[in-house]
Write a new protein. Structure first.
Length: 391
């Protein structure tokens, strides 16, 4: 009788790839897809920088060398880029590999200069919207009219728009926070018509066994058919549908961000704007124009969703009043209301002609003559002193 042979040993399970482990840990912590893509890109660059050595073999000195290379060799001008790479590597070591890092004191960080936001005037905003057409005009109007960020606007669901109370609910905004902001009254009727078109398109998709949208994973398990409800549909859906590879559902994504970015950029160019206008410029202009209208800084902070009021205070520096409301001495001398100084006029100052400060050297209080009196020679400086008579 043959002796039974033991079953052959099973091959050891192959450990997942490093980038797959990064993706798994990011999904467990509900990081956004854009953060997932960004972190994977930095981990890949880090591994290639050290000639494809595994990060377990590397330490704090290798991280410092990589980040210092970004600042020195690749001319990274903004500290946010370097800090983004550092955050990705810290996540890799602590959350994926379970390794604690030593102090990273020797990192050469790129210094980020302090920049003021670009703000358009109301006339420039009007010219910009005159060159926006089609399915990009309404979302751009929400960027300026409600102060939304680009992805906050494009990720709006039908249930987030309340036309009766004129409110917009922003879900999972920056910092995974929710907030309520205003809905401009001038956009209620256009939004009502647009949402009716979204309803018709969704009914057409349902008739073709489609009509799915992406919803949060936990809610998808709890309510498996919520992805076909009208309330979960995107306010600004894409023109094309796609088949999801895992569920085989025919879904429709929201309008891609590059479509709106390109439309705003082209509209600014056609409008002849000299400033670099982007989608975020509309948000900056929203906050600045509210400040110009006299609204409280705390109210604007709530509408924008800023955690710290110091972030909102940046808009006080771009108001059309000059730094700290100071009046230039040039305006005192020549006047600013009627255009002021004429660079082609080589005569005396406006004060000498009686049009400037009456207490100036050329005014009555300064001993000079008004309009029609004796004037100095062209290009001569007015001193206000009474010339001595020759005897």
């Amino acid at each position: 009788m043959p002796v039974p042979q033991p079953p052959p040993p099973r091959p050891a399970a192959r450990s997942p790839r490093l980038l797959d482990q990064v993706t798994e840990q990011l999904r467990l912590r509900h990081y956004s897809p854009s953060t997932n893509e960004c972190y994977r890109r930095w981990v890949r660059r880090y591994v290639l920088f050290h000639h494809k050595r595994h990060p377990r073999e590397l330490g704090a000195a290798h991280i410092s060398a990589f980040l210092s290379s970004l600042a020195n060799d690749h001319d990274v001008s903004a500290s946010s880029t370097q800090n983004q790479a550092l955050a990705a590597l810290v996540f890799l070591y602590r959350q994926v590999l379970g390794m604690e890092l030593d102090a990273l004191d020797d990192i050469v960080r790129a210094q980020r200069p302090r920049r003021l936001p670009v703000v358009l005037t109301r006339a420039e905003i009007d010219q910009l919207f005159r060159h926006l057409y089609g399915n990009t005009r309404l979302p751009a109007a929400l960027l300026y009219g409600a102060g939304l960020r680009l992805m906050e606007c494009l990720r709006l669901r039908v249930k987030d728009i309340d036309l009766d109370t004129r409110q917009i609910t922003v879900r999972h905004g920056k910092g995974a926070k929710d907030r309520i902001t205003m809905l401009p009254g001038s956009l209620i009727n256009p939004l009502r018509v647009h949402l009716q078109d979204v309803r018709i398109q969704h009914q057409r998709d349902l008739a073709h066994d489609a009509g799915w949208v992406e919803i949060p994973t936990a809610l998808g398990r709890k309510l498996p058919y919520a992805g076909r409800d009208l309330g979960w549909q995107w306010v600004f859906p894409a023109t094309r549908a796609y088949r999801h590879p895992e569920t085989q559902q025919i879904r429709r994504h929201h309008l891609h961000e590059t479509v709106l970015q390109r439309a705003v950029r082209d509209a600014a160019r056609m409008a002849g704007l000299h400033q670099r206008a982007t989608c975020h410029t509309l948000r900056h202009s929203f906050a600045t124009h509210l400040l110009q209208d006299g609204y409280d800084i705390r109210t604007i902070q709530e509408l924008l969703g800023h955690s710290d009021v110091a972030t909102t205070m940046i808009y006080t520096h771009v108001l059309n009043r000059g730094p700290c409301g100071v009046v230039s001495p040039m305006d005192k001398l020549f006047g600013a209301a009627d255009g002021g100084w004429d660079p082609g006029d080589r005569g005396g100052t406006r004060a000498a002609e009686g049009g400037g400060d009456p207490s100036g050297p050329g005014g009555p209080a300064g001993g000079g003559r008004g309009r029609g009196g004796r004037s100095a020679a062209p290009g001569a400086m007015q001193t206000g002193r009474t010339p001595k008579r020759k005897t």
